[in-house]
Design a protein around this ligand. Structure first.
Ligand code: 26Q
Length: 774
């Protein structure tokens, strides 16, 4: 049946009204259900094929999927037909923009998982995801008087037409004093072209009672309600931190919940398919997205022991099945859990951890290697990265510099022991979402020039270089950016109430709010430019809109202070008539995947200004590059590979390199820099001189002190804002002076043309080749 007919039938089946009378949510559910029906046949046959093949499982506490509908229609090649149908009923294709994102992740790590799923399905590789079906995703952000306020993300209010609940595959997850049911919800992951459909399986926690009354003895009616609450709490909410905070018990409960359910699932499936578990590496490989799912290792071993394996045999199997990706350079951010907590919650797993630790000890003794940094259980903690490095077959970093840093520093004790386990797999992004969908006019422009092979082979973009300097082509490229800017302006006007002329340069910094990412450095540079324009020391500044998008972890006070500070700057500058033709500052609210899609298409400048050696990779940098933004950034993460690819002369890199910062860190004196630089000083002093108000909270003074005095847990200006300030400002002004020239336009064009290697298709191929062997 044609998709149009199928949608109409779906509507007739479900509603008593014609299409034009449905609201967005109803329409969304009808169209999605029709698509699900269409996909089903392929889905079933893909699952069938799996039974003779090897599958990789991507285990992650986060999958930041964003909006599914447009991507699925596009990947199936039915978007045009569906939009035609809508139009014939007087409905705009933008009707689904009302539908909220599936924001089951915080930032880079979660979005990477989503890009990988798209790439693997497109490549026809067997990659399934395992995670948690959070009832509430990442909080919604609002600004109240410039302060971030968080609200619950009730994403299921739109319905969940893309998931299929599979009661049949439910599992029981046992903790010391209670047990819960894990029910999988399967989301089809549709590859481009629609030939391969993989699965994202997300577990939901529920009370056990209803289905296994006797065994778990929960017939006691009075206790049933408390039971339900305790169970449902487990998958209720995504932790909104994107760096380690103190280990919270519920977080550990969540980690065991989904890893146990997933490992049971894997083993049960293997048994039902008559696979030989002692050779599990022949049919399964499990990629751990950071250490969050690392309990999967002892759980897998525990389950094999239950199947009759000896500990040593089970361990040997595990060693060939698991691989670990590290996403953090800072060793103090490595996950560890109090021994007491683990023992008290999951004693059956703790026993296995102790055995692993004993085996590690005797191996270290044999080789004469030091125990100190390598033990899995030590000083009252279970160290998850050590568990992952010891028991896995591979460890990888996510950009060249990051892999070098983990080998030399973060995980050096493991690199010393097992150099052959270490790989680099530079991150990537899916061009289907981040170009084809996010920037349809640029996508069409590219296809007209070089054909559409880039959609599944992004290095084809290199062919654009032939057109470099062709006046008409360059003009068209420029016009596309301009029209995207017009669209973003209108959207920002509607959402934030701020008007940005579209002739302005769009300078964007979009990412989680973190001190190491240095949004505050960007803020200081904006204040300095504002001051410079006012006092005449900066002339001929090309009109610029400084656009920020970021969420701060709710308990991260300093990050929230930075948001308030930038909102104060925005208010002052936007209200100042004397600079209104030169600058605008906007902090967009509730930045998420869907907002990012609009911003990347319109950006001229990509701010990637983390302190060198702190950002593992970054992936926003790739999205912006692909859409023709030049990078204003440091020698950090994937910025280095971006510059390598486009040519350093086509980016604006500045500042101290990682080794330089490491070398000066003990003698670093930010106060001396501050005192000798009046431009910097004037900017920094706005934190304390009454220019801006923090509402009497004292948070601006605290920020000021963090830079000049330090605190018990860190030295002053921990992320070297002052050291990089002048190089940054100089480079920013140089960029500004070049904006609008043919030279700049060519840089922009070359960024798009050189972004090919950052497709997550190649990253996934790299994992397949080096680690997964699928
Ligand atoms: C850990 C324990 C308790 C609570 C929360 C967490 C937690 C949650 C999320 C720790 C870290 C994260 C997310 C980290 C993350 O997003 N890292 C980013 O990963 C990207 C993909 O590799 C990189 O591009 C970024 O450089 C890196 O910062």
């Amino acid at each position: 049946m044609s998709i149009k007919k199928s949608i109409l039938k779906e509507i007739a089946r479900t509603y008593d009204r014609p299409m034009e009378e449905l609201d967005a949510k109803e329409l969304y559910n009808a169209v999605s259900s029709a698509v699900m029906r269409k996909v089903n046949e392929t889905y079933v046959s893909c699952k069938q094929k799996r039974k003779e093949q090897k599958t990789a499982y991507y285990m992650s506490a986060e999958f930041l999927m964003g909006r599914a509908i447009y991507a699925n229609l596009k990947n199936l090649g039915i978007d045009e037909k569906v939009f035609e149908l809508l139009k014939s009923h007087g409905i705009s294709e933008s009707v689904f923009e009302e539908i909220g994102d599936a924001a089951l992740g915080n930032g880079g790590l979660g979005r990477l998982a989503a890009c990988f799923l798209d790439s693997a399905a497109t490549l026809g590789k067997n990659l399934d995801g395992y995670g948690i079906r959070y009832r509430y995703g990442l909080f919604k952000q609002k600004f109240e008087n410039g302060f971030q306020k968080e609200y619950a993300d009730d994403w299921l209010k739109w319905g969940d037409p893309w998931s299929v609940r599979s009661e049949r595959d439910r599992r029981v997850v046992e903790y010391k004093n209670f047990a819960v049911k894990a029910v999988p919800y399967d989301m089809p992951i549709i590859g481009y072209g629609g030939e391969t459909v993989n699965t994202l399986r997300l577990w939901q926690s529920e009370p056990i009672c209803e289905f296994d009354f006797e065994k778990f003895d929960c017939g006691k009616y009075s206790a049933a309600y408390a039971d339900r609450q305790r169970a449902e709490k487990i998958s209720a909410v995504l932790y909104p931190n994107d760096s380690t905070l103190k280990g919270r018990k519920l977080r550990l409960i969540q980690q065991y919940f989904f890893t146990s359910a997933s490992m049971q699932d894997l083993i049960e499936r293997a048994k039902s398919e008559n696979r030989d578990l002692s050779k599990a590496e022949r049919f399964a490989v499990v990629q751990l997205n950071d250490t969050h799912p690392t309990l999967a290792i002892p759980e897998f071993i525990r389950l094999l022991i239950k199947e009759g394996f000896s500990f040593d045999d089970a361990f040997d199997v595990a060693k060939k099945v698991f691989a670990y990706t590290n996403h953090t350079v800072m060793s103090e951010a490595l996950e560890k859990w109090e021994t007491k907590l683990v023992k008290g919650l999951i004693p059956q797993v703790y026993v296995v951890l102790e055995k692993i630790n004993e085996r590690l000890k005797s191996e270290l003794k044999e080789t004469g290697a030091d125990e100190k940094n390598r033990l899995i259980i030590a000083d009252g903690f279970v160290r998850m990265a050590n568990l992952a490095c010891y028991c896995g077959k591979a460890v990888n970093g996510v950009a060249k510099i990051h892999t070098e840093i983990i080998k030399a520093d973060t995980l050096k004790d493991w690199y010393e022991l097992y150099p052959e386990k270490f790989f680099n797999e530079t991150n990537g992004i899916t061009q289907r979402r981040w170009l084809l969908l996010a920037n349809p006019s640029l996508a069409d422009f590219i296809t007209n020039l070089i054909g559409d092979k880039w959609i599944t082979d992004l290095k084809e973009l290199e062919k654009l270089k032939e057109f470099l300097g062709w006046a008409n082509t360059m003009r068209e490229f420029y016009q596309i950016k301009k029209s995207n800017k017009r669209q973003l302006s209108a959207y920002i006007k509607q959402k934030e109430g701020i008007e940005i002329p579209n002739e302005f340069m769009f300078d964007v910094q979009i990412k989680r709010l973190h001190e190491y990412k240095r949004q505050l450095l960007n803020a200081f540079s904006i204040v300095a430019i504002y001051n410079g324009i006012k006092d005449g020391s900066i002339e001929d500044f090309k009109p610029t809109a400084f656009i920020f998008g970021a969420k701060a972890a709710p308990a991260y006070t300093r990050a929230k202070a930075i948001i308030k500070y930038i909102n104060e700057i925005a208010e002052k500058i936007n209200a100042d008539q004397s600079v209104s033709d030169k600058m605008k500052v906007v902090f967009v609210g509730d930045y998420n995947v869907s907002y990012a899609e609009k911003i990347v298409a319109a950006a001229d400048v990509s701010e990637q200004i983390s302190a060198a050696g702190t950002e593992a990779s970054g992936t926003g940098n790739m999205k912006l590059m692909l859409n023709g933004a030049v990078t204003l950034g440091t020698y950090d993460g994937a910025n280095i590979e971006i510059a390598e690819s486009a040519g350093e002369e086509n980016e604006y890199l500045f500042g101290a390199k990682a080794d330089e910062l490491a070398a000066v860190k003990d003698s670093y004196d930010p106060k001396a820099i501050y005192e000798s630089d009046p431009v910097l000083r004037a900017a920094v002093d706005t934190l304390i001189d009454g220019t801006f108000s923090d509402g009497g909270s004292g948070m601006f003074k605290e920020l000021y002190d963090s830079l000049l005095v330090g605190a018990s847990w860190h030295r002053a200006d921990n992320y070297f804002l002052f050291k990089d300030f002048q190089p940054y400002l100089k480079t920013k002004l140089k960029l500004n002076s070049e904006y609008g020239t043919v030279g700049f336009l060519i840089k922009s064009f070359l960024n798009t043309a050189s972004a090919g290697r950052f497709s997550s298709d190649y990253t996934v191929s790299g994992y397949c080749r080096d680690i997964w062997e699928i």
